[in-house]
Design a binder for this molecule. Structure first.
Ligand SMILES: C[S@@+](CC[C@H](N)C(=O)[O-])C[C@H]1O[C@@H](n2cnc3c(N)ncnc32)[C@H](O)[C@@H]1O
Length: 266
């Protein structure tokens, strides 16, 4: 069977992948040469040599980024809930001769909580706003991140930041109506015709969420709506402090002892 036939049989494609033999999987993509035009900007801020790095690609789709990262030497675990996309990704990895560097799994992002692995780099592009439980997913992934997360999300337009008070008095809640206060807007029906676009943070909202998970965000945004978040000992994840018991309960683990410990501490 020819590559063209395989591409047709495995379609429809969301990633336009330039295959080693010159064929493309979705040359007429509605977004243009997607996601190459994103990768071209992001690739500069990712270490050129990822040998020895463990990478998790969440919502890998047809594996565009999975393959790019494996080509840099990383061992990649690539997950997606959709078997259709995983079939494409497995086939793409084979075309590049990279199957040995990549482990594909049909998983929900939340399933990662019940795995033992940790990852130097967590690639979390284009998934957050599709989730009903975005903060939960970020909490889980932050626990699994050793060095770096690359996160892309739809956002409310605008990039203004505000300086966050450490506390808000009950009678000063007006401040929460400030235009750039961190927010996560809920979409009850559809956004761009898609009923799975549930939550849209604003710029300060996604930054605050990442801070709250123990990340420091680098000044450089290599691409629109794309955040480079680094694990730092100076940043404290909320799940490690006052409410670790809530996290443990949410992932189905025993939490009662934890709550006693934390109550003594705070
Ligand atoms: C908009 S696409 C983004 C694909 C790719 N990460 C990118 O940035 O080009 C969203 C992908 O995430 C997958 N996905 C959505 N919800 C998910 C979940 N809860 N767990 C794992 N994958 C999910 C979808 O099947 C789809 O392949």
């Amino acid at each position: 069977m020819t590559t063209e036939n395989d591409i047709k049989k495995l379609g429809p494609w969301f990633h336009n992948i330039h295959l080693p033999n010159g064929n493309q999987t979705a040359p007429n993509h509605f977004l243009g040469d997607f996601p190459s035009f994103k990768w071209e900007k992001i690739k500069e801020i990712i270490p050129e040599n990822l040998t020895g790095w463990k990478v998790l690609d969440v919502g890998c789709n047809a594996g565009y980024y999975t393959v790019k990262l494996a080509m840099r030497g990383a061992n990649v675990t690539a997950i997606d809930l959709d078997a259709h996309y995983l079939r494409q990704a497995e086939w793409v990895a084979k075309q590049f001769g990279l199957s040995e560097k990549i482990t594909f799994r049909q998983m929900q992002v939340y399933d990662i909580a019940r795995t033992d692995e940790q990852y130097d780099l967590v690639w979390f592009m284009g998934v957050l706003y599709h989730l009903r439980y975005p903060m939960f997913a970020l909490d889980i992934l932050s626990q699994k991140t050793l060095k770096m997360m690359v996160l892309q999300t739809l956002t409310v337009p605008g990039k203004k930041e505000i300086s966050m008070p450490k506390d808000v008095n009950l009678d000063e809640r007006e401040i929460i109506r400030a235009p750039n206060w961190p927010s996560l807007s809920f979409i009850e029906h559809k956004l761009a015709g898609d009923p799975t676009n549930w939550w849209v943070p604003n710029h300060s909202g996604i930054r605050a969420m990442l801070h709250s998970c123990g990340f420091v965000i680098t000044a450089t945004m290599p691409e629109e709506e794309t955040y480079i978040a680094m694990k730092s000992e100076d940043a404290i994840a909320s799940t490690d402090t006052w409410n670790h018991s809530e996290y443990l309960s949410a992932i189905g683990e025993k939490w009662q002892k934890e709550v006693k410990k934390k109550t003594n501490k705070y």
